[in-house]
Design a binder for this molecule. Structure first.
Ligand SMILES: Nc1ncnc2c1ncn2[C@@H]1O[C@H](COP(=O)(O)OP(=O)(O)OP(=O)(O)O)[C@@H](O)[C@H]1O
Length: 236
């Protein structure tokens, strides 16, 4: 569903993403790990068509800037961007109209209930706390029932109820055949559900780890072995 092929993104002379190859199939959850500045958000923004890059990125076989690709893709950014003067309910209505959804109201209510926002529907974007904004951002991304969803640090700022709900929702999306990418520093939060993990260091994919490859080991331990080894390697 998501295919990144020989993708490089430069900011001036800096290669924030250096010849990245990544592939996520339907029903697969890919975790993206890496130290601060490794290039995770740059990769995610490139996949979502928000940055220019060299190489190729397709979603469901469609070049990622096409309408067909965008219809398949949901994106939960690291920092939620809401319209300050739209209410919570109006955000969902806006998405429904933009995607020309039919019979969306029931789903919208279910999403809002799940994240305890059903009594906040008349609140304006600018009146919401950071965590509430994050929850609205998740509801907006999932309302069109995308076949691929990309989450950039989705659990940051959520309360314990929100964290549990989002983790359950991510597991359900995976079971229902969605291709998922989750970038996170909270490695333990994904221990139960991941299929493949891409570990990024200094703009490159340093290691691709499949669950079966590390039987008995914790993902966190694998991560430190690779990234701390790299830091020592970098000093050579
Ligand atoms: N708009 C920009 N202009 C110039 N350099 C940028 C820009 N955005 C990111 N960078 C640089 O690109 C590199 C990768 O940044 P990126 O935000 O992708 O890392 P990250 O892995 O998501 O980090 P974090 O875990 O801190 O969110 C960093 O060196 C960063 O300074």
């Amino acid at each position: 569903m998501i295919d990144v092929h020989n993708m490089t993104k430069k900011y001036g002379k800096l290669k924030a993403n250096d010849n990245i190859n990544l592939s996520v199939a339907a029903g697969e959850l890919a975790v993206l790990l890496g130290p601060n500045g490794a290039g995770k958000s740059t990769l995610i923004k490139s996949v979502c068509g928000l940055l220019r890059y060299e190489g190729s990125i397709t979603i469901g076989g469609h070049e990622n800037h096409t309408v067909e690709a965008k219809r398949l893709l949901g994106y939960v950014p690291e920092f939620p961007v809401l319209y300050p003067m739209l209410t919570v309910g109006e955000h969902l209505e806006f998405i429904a109209k933009a995607y020309r959804l039919e019979s969306w109201e029931e789903r919208a209510q279910e999403l809002l209930r799940r994240f305890e926002l059903d009594d906040k529907q008349l609140k304006l974007g600018k009146e919401l706390s950071k965590g509430m904004q994050q929850k609205v951002s998740v509801c907006c991304a999932l309302l069109p029932e995308p076949k691929t969803v990309i989450f950039d640090e989705p659990l940051v700022g959520l309360d314990p109820h929100g964290i549990r709900e989002l983790k359950n929702l991510i597991a359900r999306l995976r079971d229902s055949g969605c291709a998922l990418v989750v970038s996170t520093h909270m490695i333990e939060s994904m221990e139960d559900n991941w299929d493949v993990t891409y570990i990024m260091v200094k703009g490159k994919i340093e290691r691709v780890v499949r669950r079966g490859d590390i039987a008995g080991q914790r993902l966190e331990d694998v991560y430190f072995a690779i990234t701390e080894g790299q830091l020592q390697g970098g000093a050579q």
